[in-house]
Design a protein around this ligand. Structure first.
Ligand code: ASP
Length: 318
């Protein structure tokens, strides 16, 4: 009964931002991350990352300006980051202990609390798109491994060969671990669209020392990704086991709702106090229900950037 009462304020399904009542609303905000780590790169190695994030933010800006929904633009932005060998997601995903690439991704819509996620997929070029298909074309939230692959084939996703993920340009991550034995570089986005709807998504290859079959926080709703129009959209990056155990993205949303904290207060408490005390390294990007972005990380650095309706992109490593 409680759950029904709670959810009764939430509409049953998402709608796009390009509806008549939203066209008068001109404001929007997007924030993305390219992973937590040390990111102590020399300027020439940092430049491609900065440039790529900047270009992605410009595309995000144009699409949001044209009225595309937060959900669709999160998927567009993360697909672009997945297609680049620079990031630890999609093409650039890091292999596990056995040298295999097992990819995780998730997506959540803040208006309906609908969500979709996939874990440990090996042949999917854009796991974030498959997460969207799970959200919009199945009655489930999370599909894993061979079941997720079968769902992908049945929904028109062509399989890519293992060689697709074997690209050479992954060295930035080898030098930028959050912890000495773990390599990060996940991608994520949190968006507030012209309808005032929030969405968040996250995509990753995990980290090199992971066992085959290990699933991190990125595809776990409430750990790596959460979005609720009543609080914020949040995407995380860092040592996933801690983000799962501390339900980091949901905790931030819950503190906003229950304790009436601002996004910055809630996120800073969770990342700098709770998670740090527990020994969990990493951070989040988020945007609140009024379009205010925020980034918080307790790792040495976290590549992130944001843009709003003004069109001015800001990209930071620290
Ligand atoms: N959180 C991811 C995982 O544990 C890794 C990362 O964010 O870089 O799988």
């Amino acid at each position: 009964m409680f759950a029904i009462g709670l959810l009764s304020t939430i509409p049953a399904k998402s709608w796009g931002a390009d509806s008549a009542e939203c066209r008068t609303q001109k404001k929007f905000t997007a924030i993305v991350h390219g992973g937590a780590g040390a990111w102590d790169l020399p300027a020439d190695e940092a430049k491609p990352y900065r440039d790529f994030i900047t270009k992605t933010l410009k595309q995000v800006h144009d699409q949001l300006k044209n009225g595309r929904s937060a959900v669709d633009v999160v998927v567009m932005a993360l697909s672009r980051l997945e297609d680049s060998p620079l990031f630890n997601a999609g093409r650039g995903a890091i292999a596990n202990r056995d040298g295999e690439h097992e990819l995780d991704a998730s997506l959540m819509a803040g208006d309906s609390l609908q969500a979709g996620a996939v874990a440990a997929v090996k042949t999917v070029k854009n796991p974030i798109q498959l997460a969207q298909a799970v959200m919009q074309q199945s009655e489930h939230v999370l599909l894993v491994a061979t079941g997720a692959e079968t769902f992908a084939r049945n929904h028109g996703f062509k399989a890519v060969k293992p060689q697709y993920f074997q690209v050479k340009n992954k060295k930035a991550y080898h030098r930028s671990p959050v912890a000495a034995d773990k390599k990060y570089g996940t991608v994520g986005a949190a968006i507030w669209d012209r309808c005032g709807n929030l969405a968040a998504g996250t995509s990753t290859g995990g980290y090199r020392t992971k066992l085959p079959g290990r699933v991190g926080d990125s595809p776990i709703i409430g750990a790596g990704t959460y979005a609720d129009n009543r609080s914020a959209a949040v995407s995380a990056t860092g040592h996933g086991e801690y983000f799962i155990r501390y339900a980091v993205t949901h905790d931030i949303s819950a503190r906003m709702r229950y304790q009436k904290l601002s996004l910055a207060q809630a996120a800073d408490t969770v990342i700098h106090k709770v998670l740090k005390k527990a020994g969990g390294s990493g951070g989040i990007v988020a945007v609140d229900y009024q379009g205010k972005p925020h980034a918080a990380f307790n790792s040495k650095a976290m590549l992130h950037g944001w843009i709003d309706h003004s069109g001015q992109a800001v990209v930071k490593f620290k």
